[in-house]
Write a protein that binds this ligand. Structure first.
Ligand code: F6R
Length: 598
């Protein structure tokens, strides 16, 4: 994934690059580094650790141009030598790279054959060595020649000792944004790193190169200058502030009632759902809805599937973007494809959206980050208005996605007055119910103290409870590192029940009214094989209460808003379990907030 930053100014730029890297740490935090040009030479500092560990070293770096990198390791371990920037064999160039070079093995063999010694195991180092090999006094030509030999994806920033006032860059497949500031210009993987310094921004397109100096930004394609338009920066700088909370994740869990309120304020007017971004008939004649996303956004899509099916009475499919992008193309006539992504930068989701666009399919994106890449690839964008999400594990991003899907379904059906009133009232009750559920945090912590000893746990549910089980399980495993899986309760006996033995921990989610009896049967089955079952159920459901070992009674809600509320106790459970296991909650191992590589 990785994040890159580059600055050119008339004064020291290393501090700005350092600040930019802190903002990009959500993209990866295995190692970090900064390089500057000082007195005609490259000076570089790197750490195998978090960006914050680079602070002291960064304070000792001075240069009018700087580049920096925060890494999510793909090729080679998270060591200092694999950290970027990488320096060319002749000491003339330093380079940072986000992306993956798919033909790096062949290129490395070729360059090694020419006597070049590699210092890292990364795919990225081949780029800087190729550039140095192709350099005959013009860095743009050298960069152009080098990137034409690369397969894969890249956003590159480069400095060259012969041009101590310039940062050079190239892009294909990975995001890269140029920013224009006062007496300084810059580039970064995303707007958040630029927003404190830039007045306007411009996204590079694939195949473009860039040279930035303190007062100029020149774009090129195939060696020729190209004109680009800049847009005023819309995203306000935000302070990553945990307030009274110990971690961003718990803060963001507690942000949810406010997020829900702001979604309601934006989307419900005079008792009707409002989507002014959409053409009124966009969902009128469709034959099916196809939802495409990754991770928790996929889980939100699964919840959306049950909600939209119930409301629209149409086929709704949910696909993992990583599968969808390579699947045999199906005709998209009559289909509306809905892409869901908190970041709007997830590589697989972007590739899937590009595919739908190439096939001229109609599409909507449900996105949190303003102006992110996905918003440029779909016909319509619905912002989730969850506000910046810092913790790697999404919480408010997920509930905002599910709420948006609920509202979209209601909007499509609001000519049917019976659907409208009940559903709108249900959605309006979400903030209140969320507050009630957050009030059970101490109970979640007590439960977490027991769960923290488990090696493996299972979640079961049917219909929308199954969708929530998927998300509850993902939340727990990704931050506590306890093995966890979710099953559709009816599928258990087709294989997975073999995993149940004396003492196995099972969470049964059982709030979806029409199928509670069925899940009660599944609970009985796992209990008969020794499982210890904690069940979430509606507070009036005596059957589930009687059959489980421990209960999480939940308020009775309309099925279309069930998922948004039912996940909250499980977000709390995941958080407290991770906390009592001493895990790094906001930055779980091996993960990054934005998965910008395939
Ligand atoms: C899990 C989580 C991830 C993301 C996934 C997609 O807590 O956050 O599974 O949901 O990487 O990310 P976006 O929504 O940015 O496309």
């Amino acid at each position: 994934m990785c994040g890159i930053v580059g600055f050119a100014a008339n004064e020291n730029t290393a501090a700005e690059v350092f600040k930019g890297l802190l903002k990009l740490e959500y993209r990866g935090y295995d190692s970090a580094g900064i390089a500057v040009i000082n007195e005609g030479r490259i000076k570089c500092e790197k750490v195998a650790g978090r960006v914050s560990e680079l602070k002291d070293a960064a304070e000792g770096l001075f240069g009018k141009v700087s580049i920096g990198h925060t890494r999510w390791a793909t090729h080679g371990a998270a060591t200092r030598s694999n950290a970027h920037p990488h320096i060319s064999y002749d000491g003339r160039f330093a380079l940072v790279h986000n992306g993956i070079i798919e033909n790096s093995v062949e290129l490395k063999a070729e360059l090694t054959g020419l006597g070049i010694e590699f210092k890292s195991e990364t795919d990225s180092e081949v780029i800087v060595q190729l550039i140095a090999k192709n350099y005959f006094g013009d860095p743009i030509k050298a960069l152009d020649a080098a990137v034409k030999r690369l397969s894969g994806s890249f956003a590159i920033a480069l400095i060259c000792t012969d041009f101590p006032l310039s940062v050079f860059a190239a892009k294909k497949g990975s995001p890269l944004i140029a920013g224009r500031g006062r007496n300084r210009n810059m580039l970064a993987s995303d707007v958040s790193a630029l927003s404190p310094f830039a007045k306007s921004i411009c996204r590079l397109s694939d195949g473009e190169l860039l040279e930035i100096r303190k007062d100029t930004l020149n774009f090129f394609r195939d060696g020729k200058p190209v004109e680009k338009e800049f847009e005023e920066i819309k995203m306000k700088e935000y302070k990553a502030d945990k307030g009274e909370f110990e971690h961003f994740m718990i803060k963001e869990i507690f942000d949810q009632p406010e997020v829900a309120k702001s979604i309601i304020e934006k989307r419900i007017r005079n008792g009707e759902a409002v989507f002014s971004e959409l053409e009124p008939d966009i969902l009128t004649d469709i034959k099916q809805v196809s939802i495409v996303a990754c991770g928790s956004a996929y889980n939100a899509g699964m919840a959306g599937k049950y909600i939209l099916k119930e409301l629209l009475r149409l086929p709704v499919t949910v696909s993992l973007a990583s599968e969808y992008r390579y699947a045999a193309p199906l005709p998209l006539e009559g289909t509306i494809t809905v892409f869901i992504s908190q970041s709007g930068e997830t590589a697989d989701t972007l590739a899937a959206a590009e595919r739908v666009r190439a096939l001229r399919g109609r599409s909507i994106s449900i996105v949190n980050v303003r102006d992110s890449a996905l918003t440029k690839l779909t016909d319509y964008t619905l912002y989730t208005e969850a506000g910046p999400e810092v913790a790697v594990a999404t919480t408010k991003g997920y509930t905002a996605q599910v709420m948006t899907l609920c509202l979209l379904g209601v909007w499509a059906k609001q000519s049917e007055k019976s659907v409208l009133f009940e559903a709108v009232e249900a959605i309006k009750s979400i903030p209140e119910i969320m507050l009630r559920l957050l009030g059970t945090k101490d109970k979640a912590e007590e439960l977490a103290k027991k769960v923290k000893e488990e090696d493996s746990v299972y979640f079961i549910g049917r219909n929308i409870d199954y969708a929530v089980a998927l998300e509850a399980s993902l939340k727990l495993k990704e931050i506590s590192y306890i093995h966890s899986e979710a099953f559709a309760a009816g599928e258990l006996k087709h294989g997975s029940i073999a995993l149940i033995e004396e003492g196995t921990k099972v969470f049964a989610l059982n709030c979806y009214g029409p199928l509670t009896d069925k899940t009660v049967s599944a609970i009985r089955e796992v209990k008969a094989r020794g499982a210890c079952v904690t069940a979430a159920f509606c507070e009036n459901d005596g059957n589930t209460a009687a059959v489980c070992d421990e209960g999480i009674p939940l308020p009775i809600v309309h099925p279309i808003v069930g998922a948004v509320c039912e996940i909250i106790p499980f977000q709390l459970l995941a958080y407290f379990t991770a906390k009592h296991r001493g895990a790094d909650i906001d930055k779980p191992r091996n993960l990054a907030k934005s998965v910008t590589v395939e």
